[in-house]
Design a protein around this ligand. Structure first.
Ligand code: BGC
Ligand code: CA
Length: 409
């Protein structure tokens, strides 16, 4: 009897030891950074320590340069095809204002550069196009931009960046739509008749400017993200936007975690069809192994094609097939959105994530930050042991270690 009890005890202890051993440490769990790529906010240099935190760490975003070029080209094509009537005050200058999202965010920097390069208002600084805000530049004397030019119906027009500023509110939140709405109010009341075009680093700020002023004054406004409200406004005069293929990004964000948790090749359901038939095409994304980053490719959304983009929260059909829950058992994921008030992330990206989490059998806890401090979010990562994987959207791109230090190492 005694022997039997001690045998049972031994077996229980062995089981305990074994589960103890097989429990993965938080530092080894799959981790995906998304939307804000770990990088130096002054130089843009990628933070490879964060991107290689462990063997199952990736970044998911979109191709910022390809998208920025598309945005610039879209604005130029609109100007060229809308003739001289665009020059509202007939001064021979196409004046535009620019809303900048976050001066330390690579995507925002790329978009400012893309627009300036396309409109030929770009100035070089330290080997690249200057992306600094110009402040106001009514007389064209700013040093961070110069007067550009565009040909309309065989006639040469000057192009001037009349004003640009980073749309950061007093509490520190960037890409702030409210700030952009106020800025267009200030700009238009002092030089409204000179503004022929409004350009924004995103739709949240673009729509705020459109609704506050540009719509009533019939001034075309260009944004980025293809949020549903912006796409719907194209028929009312919003000039156009860029889809950063959030339907592909949201999928990839959760898919890389699913693959790592299943212990399968990272390309499964991405470049290689999975057991349900999910697979992406080459034109949807690119993977840069040296950066451990997946980048979705962008598409221009204009009056010509906007009807194909009316629902920004629709999952992408080629990757919308349900995974079998026996083969891919439910796992728990902690995921944060840096700012619960960010238009793109809250109205487009998160609803997509919430559809894909069902498809991929992931139970995701969504944490919404205040867009100001990392601590507001990391305070809610008090118990990482409860999760199988992590998906992180930082407030500031330099701050990866605020998260990785919690996961260990
Ligand atoms: C989006 C912005 C958004 C930002 C947040 C960008 O990719 O275009 O709308 O505010 O991400 O990081
Ligand atoms: Ca003008």
């Amino acid at each position: 009897m005694k022997k039997a009890i001690s045998l049972i005890l031994c077996a229980v202890m062995l089981a305990l030891v074994m589960t103890g051993c097989s429990q993965t440490s938080n530092a080894d769990k799959p981790l995906v950074w998304f939307n804000r790529q770990p990088s130096n906010s002054s130089t843009g240099e990628l933070d490879m320590t964060a991107l290689k935190f462990n063997d199952s760490t990736y970044y998911v975003g979109f191709d910022a340069n390809q998208g920025a070029q598309l945005q610039g080209q879209m604005v130029v094509e609109y100007i060229q095809s809308h003739g001289a009537e665009l020059d509202r005050n007939g001064d021979g200058i196409i004046g535009y204002v620019l809303a900048i999202g976050d001066i330390g965010h690579n995507d925002s920097i790329a978009r400012t550069r893309g627009v300036r390069e396309a409109l030929k208002t770009a100035v070089e600084a330290n080997g690249a196009t200057d992306s600094s805000p110009a402040g106001t530049n009514l007389d064209g004397s700013a040093t961070v931009v110069k007067d550009g030019s565009v040909e309309i119906d065989g006639k040469e027009f000057k192009v001037r960046e009349l004003a640009s500023q980073e749309m950061k509110n007093s509490a520190g939140a960037t890409w702030d739509a409210g700030t952009a709405g106020n800025a267009i109010g200030t700009w238009s009341s002092s030089f409204g008749e000179q503004i022929d075009v409004v350009v924004s680093n995103n739709d949240g700020m673009g729509m705020a400017m459109f609704n506050a002023w540009a719509h009533d004054n019939k001034v075309p406004t260009f944004g980025y993200d293809a949020n549903s409200d912006a796409v719907a406004a194209i028929k009312d005069g919003y000039g156009g936007t860029i889809s950063q293929h959030a339907d592909v990004q949201a999928y990839l964000t959760l898919r890389v975690l699913r693959n790592a948790l299943d212990g399968v090749d990272i390309d499964m359901g991405i470049g290689t069809a999975d057991d349900a038939g999910n697979v992406l095409a080459e034109t949807d994304y690119k993977y840069v192994a040296s950066e451990r980053s997946y980048y979705a490719l962008n598409l221009a959304v204009t009056a010509e094609n906007y009807e194909d983009f009316t629902d920004a929260t629709k999952t992408y059909a080629p990757v919308s097939k349900q995974l079998d829950s026996e083969k891919h058992e439910t796992k728990k994921v902690w995921l944060d959105i840096y700012n619960a008030a960010d238009n793109f992330l809250s109205s487009t990206y998160q609803p997509l994530l919430q559809k894909y989490d069902d498809i991929l059998n992931l139970e995701v806890d969504y944490i919404g930050g205040d867009g100001q401090t990392e601590a507001n979010i990391t305070n809610r990562l008090g118990n990482p042991d409860q999760y199988d994987a992590f998906a992180i959207n930082m407030v500031k791109t330099d701050n990866a270690s605020s998260y990785t230090s919690i996961l260990g190492q």
